[in-house]
Design a protein around this ligand. Structure first.
Ligand code: NAD
Length: 716
């Protein structure tokens, strides 16, 4: 008689095959919570008792996915104080999977949907994995993207299945999530079948054919494919891995990739159980450290909240979109048309002359050609997508559009004129969006007769790649308009954050302090190479000089003039921008900025004249200070944005900063960097900011609200 457990249904069929169906009644997905741990323990204990009477085991799930993975709230809360208990818990979860693996009966996983992280690790403990080809199903170990490692046996088993090189490069190191066919190619899945019924049938067949299944690593004489660091082909390749890793991370402080490499390499030289224990130790170290806490916050909790509509007004029924107009077929308009059409929406792309409109549509064609070349799309799908885009100059073609996105030149009069021209043709209550990057939404809205339907929809360049859309609410924007914009952004597969109208909105305002601080340091005599390197070592994708070249110094100059006109004080970076523009060194587009560029726009070295313009100071400030000045100036500006109500959700600030403006992922974003500051939380952040303020000025003055939080935190 099979026992009843809380999250696993146990059934025995006429052929004495046991099916374990993972089906946690407390949620829509199975996760590695305490109910799972108890249930799996009970199931395995019972299987051990009846092993003589059964012929095999099938593990599957009754949810949409097979298993969602680790209990991230639990993982996030691990601290040095609870590390020992966590280690023991991990070891006990793994002991049950090991007992299943060494039961002496064939165990087959039927993956009816995604198996990621801990979910894949359950499957890896089975002797055979059959994936059902369901849309959206993904297999892999994304732990590294949360600052963790696959510590449920994932490292130990993939190294033994695939060898060190493939395990590290294809599965563990990047956290890639593979669709079924690719997962089979990589080797983490053995078979792919069309339906769950096929999967169960195939599982029974496999069990019948392999009555004595054991894992290769539990057979005498087993050798890891490709060898171990002590011998075999991997020996020659291994010494280059740490250097490769450092180069990939550009020295940024991510502990997980290093821990994965160590766990894999150390584990490959010892027996399975020792390797598994080594892996648990590294997982415990990562879980107890600050980086995983911060990354879980941003990449799991904040993202999940955004997808669930955290900043979307409540109680507004979603409406479907039937046809979208895009005004202006330049760089942004063309990209916006592409992502809309890709999501299945009919798009009318309008410009002033047909050639410009056609060029905008051709941009989609060039993206699709590339996708076909790489095997990511087919001619048929591409033609369908292109068929959804109508390139035109005629406003009447916008008839019936229920959403319009304006992306013409950054000129308020022109923008208002363009809206006036198309309004009569649109659906009566069409949502009116502008992609402006700098103009206040509230004043642009004054130009239309329905300001309540007017909203900022700030895409980032290149639109097809950048995941973020900053939604900007004007003073008169209605909740209904905000909800429609939010739904549209989600529908096209992008991530929305919601901010209030303000100079530079949220993202441009914050990144402005980053470039500003970099240029200020240059003017102080910080060596430009140190300056750029400090940024990448802090985890930014590029340094402040490079990003300024890409943003364009003329645009920066225009923004700083407007900022000054609006009554804001001077900033030491302004003179640097002026000096560069005066010399015609306006950036990448001009072929010369802080860097030199060749005729193809490829970046060369730093401009040699920079040394004369800003001589390097004899005494350099500490390298740590350069990094912290960049990280802190953005975090402090974000705190001011909270005080002013420009952003209201820490999650929006975190995701906006990471996805939109390259704030380092290891911090968990601008808000989480403060909350989870590795050296003492908010109070530690304030202490360090005070130090920076004393050395470098009032740009590092923390707002009172933050100081109050620090005091409260210290009292608690
Ligand atoms: P762009 O110069 O590449 O394109 C503007 C297009 O608008 C041109 O094709 C032009 O012919 C067209 N246009 C001008 N008048 C028109 C009219 N009356 N009707 C229809 N089309 C007209 O500019 P862009 O870089 O695509 O920027 C467009 C908007 O997006 C600007 O408001 C800009 O601030 C904003 N934006 C730009 C970026 C960026 O990185 N470039 C990022 C976010 C937002």
């Amino acid at each position: 008689q099979a026992p009843t457990t809380e999250t696993i249904r146990i059934e025995v069929d006429d052929h004495q095959v046991v099916t374990l169906t993972l089906d946690d009644p407390s949620g829509s997905a199975n996760v590695m919570n305490s109910a799972y741990r108890t249930s799996m323990h009970q199931a395995v204990q019972w299987l051990q008792q009846v092993r003589e009477e059964i012929v095999g085991v099938i593990v599957t799930s009754a949810k949409k996915t097979f298993f969602a993975g680790g209990d991230l709230a639990g993982l996030q809360s691990v601290s040095p104080a609870t590390a020992a208990a966590f280690f023991a818990e991990v070891e006990s979860v793994k002991a049950d999977l090991r007992a299943l693996e060494t039961l002496g009966r064939p165990v087959v996983a039927v993956l009816n949907g995604s198996a990621l992280g801990g979910g894949l690790e359950i499957a890896l403990a089975c002797h055979h994995r059959i994936a059902v080809d369901t849309p959206g199903a993904r297999f892999g170990t994304p732990e590294v993207t949360l600052g963790l490692l696959p510590g449920g046996g994932g490292v130990t088993r993939t190294v033994r299945m695939l060898g060190l090189a493939d395990a590290l490069m294809k599965v563990l190191g990047q956290g890639t999530q593979y669709p079924p066919a690719q997962a089979q190619e990589v080797g983490i899945v053995d078979e792919v079948v069309p339906t769950v019924e096929d999967g169960l049938r195939a599982a029974r067949a496999w069990i019948a054919e392999h009555p004595d299944a054991v894992q290769p690593w539990d057979t005498p004489g087993f050798k890891i494919p490709g060898g171990t660091p002590a011998g075999g082909p991997i020996k020659a390749f291994l010494p280059s891995l740490p250097a490769l890793l450092t180069a990939q991370l550009k020295g940024a402080p991510y502990p997980a990739p290093q821990a994965i490499l160590s766990a894999a390499v150390e584990g490959s030289q010892v027996d399975f159980d020792t390797a598994s224990r080594i892996e648990s130790r590294y997982l415990t170290q990562l879980a107890a450290g600050p980086t995983s806490t911060n990354m879980i916050q941003a990449f799991f909790f904040d993202l999940q909240a955004i997808k669930k509509g955290a900043s979307r007004p409540d109680g507004i029924e979603p409406r479907s979109v039937t046809k979208v107009g895009v005004l202006g077929a330049g760089m942004m308009g063309a990209g916006i048309a592409y992502v809309l059409a890709k999501a299945g929406l009919p798009v009318v792309l309008k410009d002033v002359d047909q050639a410009a409109a056609d060029r905008g549509k051709d941009y989609s064609k060039s993206l699709l050609d590339k996708a076909i070349e790489r095997g990511r799309s087919t001619r048929e799908k591409a033609d369908e997508l292109l068929g959804r885009i109508t390139a035109t100059t005629d406003p009447a073609d916008l008839a019936g559009c229920d959403v319009v996105v304006e992306a013409v030149f950054e000129n308020p009069a022109l923008k208002q004129q363009v809206f006036a021209e198309v309004m009569p043709h649109l659906a009566a209550d069409a949502l009116l969006c502008t992609n402006t990057s700098t103009l206040p939404i509230t004043s642009l809205a004054e130009g239309v007769d329905r300001p309540e339907d007017f909203i900022g929809l700030h895409f980032f360049s290149p639109v097809d790649k950048m995941p973020l859309v900053e939604i900007i609410r004007g003073e008169r924007t209605s909740d209904a308009a905000l909800a429609r914009a939010y739904d549209l952004v989600l529908a096209i597969g992008k991530t929305p954050i919601v901010v209030q109208d303000s100079r530079g909105f949220f993202t441009s305002r914050v990144i402005g302090t980053f470039t500003g601080e970099g240029l200020a340091m240059l003017a102080e005599g910080v060596h430009p190479v140190s300056l750029e390197r400090a940024a990448t070592q802090a985890g930014y994708p590029v340094g402040t000089l490079q990003i300024s070249d890409e943003l364009n110094l003329e645009l920066m100059q225009r923004i700083q003039r407007e900022t000054i006109a609006a009554g804001a004080g001077e900033h030491p970076a302004y003179a640097v921008v002026d000096a560069m523009v005066e010399r015609g060194r306006t950036g990448k587009k001009a072929g010369q900025g802080f860097y030199e560029y060749d005729e193809n726009g490829r970046r060369g070295g730093l401009w040699p004249g920079l040394a004369d313009l800003y001589p390097v100071a004899a005494e350099q400030i500490p390298f740590e200070d350069i990094k912290d000045r960049l990280l802190f100036v953005e975090a402090i500006e974000s705190a001011r944005c909270f005080d002013e109500g420009v952003v209201t959700s820490p999650g929006d600030a975190n995701i906006g900063s990471i996805f939109g403006i390259g704030y380092p992922a290891w911090t968990g974003g601008v808000a989480q960097f403060v909350t989870g500051y590795p050296d003492g939380g908010v109070a530690g952040f304030v202490r360090r900011a005070d130090e920076l303020r004393e050395r470098y000025g009032d740009r590092f003055a923390v707002p009172d609200s933050l100081r109050a939080r620090a005091t409260k935190e210290e009292a608690a």
